[in-house]
Design a binder for this molecule. Structure first.
Ligand code: M6R
Length: 610
């Protein structure tokens, strides 16, 4: 986790770095810090808490320079405080390092350095890096060579930037396991964890790969590997715009991203739905489509919300392609030596494309010879680049920590993949056409649900003070129950659990009383009558109930306390609709509790540590 940004050029780097850090805050906001070289001297200003607090502190300190680095932290080693905030110095205070990742052998390195008199002041793993680099600098090596030598001793992951007051015309950046890009400007260059931090200045981007170290000057850069092999890097022109990563008048990114879903879903489908042929066209899967359709098993691996999307994908794929499908937490997949066969196809779903657990699971599956496929939102991300083939979700940048539009776009892409495989197998043209036609109607149906925002806000006001919530759904809507509960937990800090509605009577029903409300996802489908029975069971125990129900369902109003009526669709697409009211409910409850919706405590958008 953590966000890093660096600047070298003729401008004052401080406002550039602060704005970059604000863009990167989704990666962590436990502390923030800047390091600048002024007149051959390293200066540092850092603070516990968000970038806004650092900005305030800077009003009282004069800091400017043409070479600087900035860091926003998500704490792993050492509590969030000013001492543990980055940048970190070497002992002679002439070298600064910012780091994203985890140095796994830091204790061994630290003990070795301490024997040579190096003094550590923080509890972080990162602080070993400046001291280790220093141990090579004092032997007469250049900064670049010292960084290479230091990194060859480091185990773990890093995206880092180093500046040194004796070489103030350059910064050194390196990557292994944590994302890093280089931005090429006109007589100025940038380094950042992702393009959002530098998009205001350049669209010319170089993606760094694991094991690469770059020496960045204001008008050129030199890229090598840690082992000193020269490498050529390609410059990419990116299409992302600043509008896409701004709040656009909304109070929070989360609300903006919820409201964007009719459009983001159109973008996920654009050019991909072949209505006449009742199938989809997914350029990124073309080269592997036949192999995919003949796979003996499909595995889907992901974390968090993306894992919930995978569960819906399992239902879709098994129902229509009849290929056995399993869904696995990426963190578990990697460590349990899973059985992976060469004719398995494994999808890795990730909004950021940088989630460490998912990336590690992908590498494990690739080593075992499986067909590894990515479903990612972030273009050019590690998972996208390391997959053999894949599909971008094209939801646009998602900044709010709570994933919303990325989830619905993942569901759309999974539906398109299902259609593609099923039509290659046994699905009829008529059935394919009717699914494709229905997919086309989804954005308008979402727009209709979004109009219920005020009603949902009123319901949220009624429930904002409860301590526990139950989310219940059946079939395709069971993963939506999990997702609704996760949304509430992560931004409102209310304990919430998602369950298959029928499982309730096997345990959780013991929790039900007037203080334990339940959200039922109860559209009119083949499980409707059963779910009505589950509602009755809760009602009999005085539980308050909110139901997400079909717009033509009048019966349900007699049973529940609140109903949110949504349009109907076919079962496989229902989760794309039923999740929308749950996103809004979680959002409004968190806002009414006065919480920071876009930056919930202890979380970060992109979890790049295992
Ligand atoms: O970027 P990814 O999709 O790989 O992220 C996976 C999870 O960390 C993510 O979905 C997380 O659960 C979200 N905060 C949920 O809102």
């Amino acid at each position: 986790m953590c966000g890093i940004v660096g600047y070298i050029g003729d401008k004052n780097c401080v406002p550039i770095l602060i704005n970059g850090l604000k863009r990167l805050e989704y990666r962590g906001y436990d502390s923030a810090g800047l390091g600048v070289i002024i007149n051959h001297e390293c200066r540092v200003v850092k603070n516990k808490g968000q970038v806004a607090l650092l900005e305030k502190k800077l009003e009282e300190v004069s800091l400017s320079g043409n070479l600087g680095i900035g860091h926003t932290r998500w704490a792993t080693h050492g509590v969030p405080n000013e001492i543990n905030a980055h940048p970190h110095f070497n002992s002679s205070k002439n070298l600064l390092v910012i780091h994203n990742g985890i140095i796994e052998n830091y204790q061994t390195l630290k003990a070795g350095l301490q024997k040579f008199g190096y003094k550590f002041i923080s509890d972080t793993d990162s602080e070993v890096i400046p001291h280790l680099i220093d141990s090579f600098l004092i032997k007469g090596h250049s900064l670049f060579k010292s960084v290479q030598l230091a990194l060859s001793e480091v185990e773990g992951t890093y995206g880092l930037i180093v500046i040194y007051d004796e070489e103030p015309d350059r910064m050194i950046a390196a990557r292994k396991g944590s994302p890093l890009v280089l931005g090429i400007g006109d007589k100025e260059n940038f380094v950042a964890s992702d393009v959002s931090a530098i998009l205001a200045h350049t669209k010319q981007i170089v993606y760094l790969e694991d094991g690469e170290v770059v020496e960045v000057f204001k008008d050129h850069f030199i890229a090598k590997t840690v082992l000193d092999k020269e490498i050529e890097k390609e410059v990419h022109e990116i299409t992302m715009t600043l509008d896409e990563i701004d709040k656009g008048g909304f109070a929070h990114f989360m609300l903006k991203e919820i409201m964007e879903q009719p459009e983001s879903i159109c973008n996920s489908m654009r050019g991909r739905l072949l209505l006449d042929k009742g199938t989809s066209k997914l350029g990124g899967l073309e080269s592997v489509a036949d192999r995919l359709a003949s796979s003996s098993r499909i595995i889907i691996s992901a974390c968090g919300t993306s894992w919930h999307a995978g569960l819906v994908g399992e239902y879709m794929l098994e129902q229509f392609t009849r290929i056995p499908t399993e869904v696995e937490y990426a963190s578990e997949f990697r460590y349990r030596n899973p059985v992976v066969n060469k004719d398995d196809a494994i999808f890795f779903i990730s909004q950021s494309g940088e989630t460490a657990d998912t990336l590690a699971a992908l590498r494990e599956a690739k080593d075992k010879g499986a067909l590894v496929l990515g479903i990612c939102n972030a273009v050019g991300s590690s998972i996208a680049r390391e997959s053999i083939a894949g599909v971008y979700t094209h939801a646009g940048p998602e900044i709010g920590v709570a994933s919303t539009k990325a989830f619905t776009s993942q569901l759309v892409v999974l539906a398109l993949i299902t259609l593609l495989i099923a039509r290659k197998k046994n699905m009829s043209l008529v059935d394919g056409k009717s699914i494709a036609e229905e997919l086309k109607t989804i954005p308008d149906k979402i727009s209709k649900i979004l109009k219920l925002n005020d009603t949902i806000e009123e319901i949220a006001a009624e429930f904002k003070d409860v301590k526990n919530f139950l989310y219940l759904g059946r079939g395709y809507n069971f993963p939506v129950a999990l997702e609704g509960a996760l949304k509430l937990k992560e931004i409102s800090y209310i304990h919430a659990e998602g369950y298959p509605a029928a499982e309730m009577k096997h345990g959780p029903i013991a929790l039900i009383d007037e203080n334990m409300p339940a959200v039922f996802i109860a559209p009119k489908d083949s499980t409707y009558e059963k779910i009505i029975s589950n509602i009755e069971e809760i009602k009999a125990r005085k539980g308050r109930i909110i139901a997400i129900a079909s717009e033509n369902d009048d019966k349900i109003d007699n049973l529940v306390d609140y109903s949110i009526k949504i349009p109907d669709t076919i079962r496989m697409l229902m989760p794309i609709l039923t999740v929308i009211p749950l996103q809004l409910l979680a959002y409004h409850i968190a806002v009414k509790k006065g919480l920071n919706v876009d930056q919930p405590r202890n979380l970060a958008k992109s979890v790049t540590v295992e």
